[in-house]
Design a binder for this molecule. Structure first.
Ligand SMILES: [Zn+2]
Ligand SMILES: [Zn+2]
Length: 173
């Protein structure tokens, strides 16, 4: 078997998930342990507002620097707090709010699901047009999902989420 990291041949008696030789695997485990420690440190002081169960941070998809790399906080939480295997996968929000970092609202999906969703949305805007706010409220009241409303009005899920929870446009009826 050829090691994926050092390209040297090795006996496959040492079983690793990623087809790497024993010395490379030991290095990898060390690096991951360090990464986990630094990642947990990097995310522990992030401030968020608790709104209807969501942990809402200032901007969508915030990042933190860990071992020199700028990494998405929601992915770090899914991986190191929840222990999910996120490799090659997207981390989605069950609450449809990309500004939320509540571990309970994160789950793993495939890029295919995500790009299908993105393609459906086409060109998206950050904000809802004022003229649409009343209609969106009606549809939310009727039980329509945030994702489907956002797709229809060509806006980010967050924009609709903010209307639902009275964070934005609360003064507009
Ligand atoms: Zn190796
Ligand atoms: Zn949430």
């Amino acid at each position: 078997m050829i090691c994926k990291i050092c390209n040297n041949e090795f006996e496959a008696t040492y079983k690793t998930a990623g087809h790497v030789c024993k010395p490379c695997h030991i290095e990898l485990v060390k690096k991951n342990t360090k990464l986990k420690k630094l990642a947990l440190e990097a995310i522990q002081n992030i401030k968020y507002a608790e709104i209807d169960g969501c942990h809402v941070v200032k901007t969508r998809y915030i990042k933190r620097k860990v071992l020199g790399a700028n990494l998405y906080v929601h992915r770090l939480i899914a991986r190191f707090v929840k222990g999910l295997n996120i490799r090659g996968k997207v981390v989605c929000h069950s609450c449809d709010n990309p500004q939320c970092i509540n571990p309970d609202h994160l789950f793993v999906g495939s890029y295919k699901d995500n790009s299908k969703d993105a393609a459906k949305k086409g060109h998206i805007r950050k904000w809802v047009l004022r003229d649409n706010i009343a209609d969106i409220r009606k549809r939310l009241k009727a039980g329509e999902t945030i994702a489907s409303i956002a797709a229809e009005y060509g806006v980010y899920d967050t924009a609709v989420w903010k209307i639902k929870h009275g964070v934005s446009y609360a003064n507009i009826s």
